[in-house]
Every structure is written in structure tokens, then in C-alpha cells.
Design a protein around this ligand. Structure first.
Ligand SMILES: [Zn+2]
Ligand SMILES: [Zn+2]
Length: 263
């Protein structure tokens, strides 16, 4: 053992350094305590996540079966009605092949996504990555054979205002995890559309039509693409993006969103 070879003076210095390190860490916790992003309570250092307290973490609902076969929205099965597609998928002909929504979009998730998108809380991507990986593991979903991972782009004006694209942060963490090619320079938003959340369901489809463009279509030709976004409500945004990617002869376009609105 290295410690046995230390002289008494070296041992004293080592002990003093350990003591100092403990003191600095303790002071750090007092001066800059880790607080829960949602409820502002103190988070103990042994907490599995530095972003949320256990109580708030438990409030986040993972999306659960029975899943819609196309978009993964949780199906409400009644005795008289046995369907495999949710009402949204029965109503629209989505351009993507399939979609996975990881968490249910409820009030807790709405507040958390708001912090992630507009509140500069970009460190939440680590928490979200853990949530996504856990879901993929549970349902045996393998992302490793996608040719490209493509985040839903922000318009350049909005990107300048916000400073980052939250969907790109998510796509980046997944690209690193699964060794996928992250594509951020070939798929653009050319229309600075009003926020989808402020529009009616019908207006969301017309608002987003023609919003995306591809620079070099051959890059996506014959590719299996995973589109990544933070939220799917009507599915209009990811469907329009998938439509454009399919026009560029993408072989398959699947979608992964962090949150998905219920039926
Ligand atoms: Zn909390
Ligand atoms: Zn569906």
C-alpha cells in the first residue's frame, strides 16, 4: 500500500489535505446547495440525480402500455372498444413510421420542459438521458442501427434568442451514447412559425406546413433516421419533418420525444 511508505510529515500533509477537501466540500454545499429545480428543496449529495429531489422525480410519469402501435400514446381501452391506434393516429396519416414518447406530458413535465427550453437549465439533459435510457431498456428498443439522428431544428432567429436548441442537446446525448451520426447542418427550419402551443389543433398543421428544408437531399437518401424532439402533442411538427425527410428518400423515419401528450 502506498500510504505505508509515507513519512510522518507526508502523512500529516495528506491528512490536512483530506480535512481541507472535506471542509471545502462542506462549505460548497452550504454556499451553493444543490436544490431541486422544481420545488427548490435541498438535495442531499447522495441523491441519484442532482436536478430533482426524489419527491419530484417520482412525480414524473413514464409512458406506459398499452401503447398506440404507431405513436406510443397510451391507449384507453374500454370493454366495447379494442383498438391498436390512438384517436390521433386514426385521424391523421402521420409521415413518420413510428414514434416513442418517453414521459407523459402532465403539469410536472410541462414545468420541467419549460425550464429546459426557456430557463437555461441545460444540465437537465443528463437527467432526461437517464430517463430515456431506462425506457429504452425496459422496452428493448435499440437505437444503435440508425444511420443518422436528426433533432427538430429551431429557426435561426429563435436559436439566437434562446442560445441553444433543446432538441439538439437531447439528440447529442443520444448520439454519444449510441455512437450515432448527429446531423445538425443539413436540415433547417426556414419558417419562423408562431409557437405551436399557442395555436388550435387545426392551426398547428397549417402553421408547420413548409417549415423545414433540406440542404443536400442525397445525404438522407436510403437512410434510417431517428428524429428527436422534446415534445409531441398533435404530432404535426414531427410528421411534417418526417414528410420532408421521406421526400429526400429516407428509408425510414422514426421519432423519439421526451414527452408525449395523452389521448
Ligand atoms: Zn423537488
Ligand atoms: Zn397514435
Amino acid at each position: 500500500m502506498g500510504a505505508e511508505k509515507l513519512t510522518p510529515l507526508e502523512k500529516d500533509v495528506t491528512m490536512a489535505l483530506m480535512y481541507l477537501r472535506g471542509l471545502v466540500s462542506g462549505l460548497n454545499n452550504i454556499l451553493f446547495p444543490n436544490v431541486c429545480l422544481l420545488c427548490q428543496t435541498f438535495i442531499p449529495s447522495q441523491n441519484p440525480t442532482p436536478s430533482l429531489c426524489l419527491n419530484c422525480d417520482n412525480k414524473i410519469q413514464e409512458n406506459a402500455p398499452p401503447f398506440c402501435l404507431k405513436c406510443s400514446r397510451q391507449l384507453i381501452i374500454t370493454e366495447n372498444e379494442d383498438h391498436t391506434l390512438c384517436p390521433e393516429c386514426q385521424k391523421h396519416s402521420y409521415a413518420f413510421d413510428s414514434a416513442w414518447g418517453i414521459c407523459v406530458y402532465d403539469e410536472t413535465m410541462r414545468r420541467l420542459l419549460h425550464l429546459f427550453k426557456y430557463g437555461q437549465k441545460t444540465s437537465l439533459r443528463h437527467y432526461f438521458k437517464d430517463r430515456i435510457l431506462s425506457f429504452l431498456h425496459t422496452y428493448h428498443i435499440d437505437l444503435s442501427d440508425y444511420d443518422r439522428i436528426v433533432p427538430i431544428p429551431l429557426h435561426s432567429v429563435r436559436l439566437r434568442e434562446r442560445g441553444y436548441n433543446q432538441s439538439e442537446l437531447l439528440a447529442q446525448t443520444l448520439a454519444e451514447q449510441f455512437h450515432l451520426t448527429l446531423c445538425t447542418n443539413n436540415f433547417f427550419r426556414v419558417k419562423n412559425t408562431p409557437y405551436q402551443a399557442r395555436l388550435t389543433q387545426k392551426d398547428r398543421w397549417t402553421n408547420i406546413a413548409g417549415a423545414f428544408r433540406i440542404k443536400q437531399t442525397f445525404q438522407f437518401s436510403n437512410n434510417k433516421i431517428l428524429l428527436v424532439d422534446d415534445l409531441m402533442t398533435t404530432g404535426a411538427t414531427v410528421s411534417e419533418a418526417a414528410r420532408i425527410l421521406k421526400q429526400a428518400e429516407a428509408k425510414r423515419v422514426d421519432v423519439l420525444t421526451l414527452a408525449i401528450a395523452g389521448e
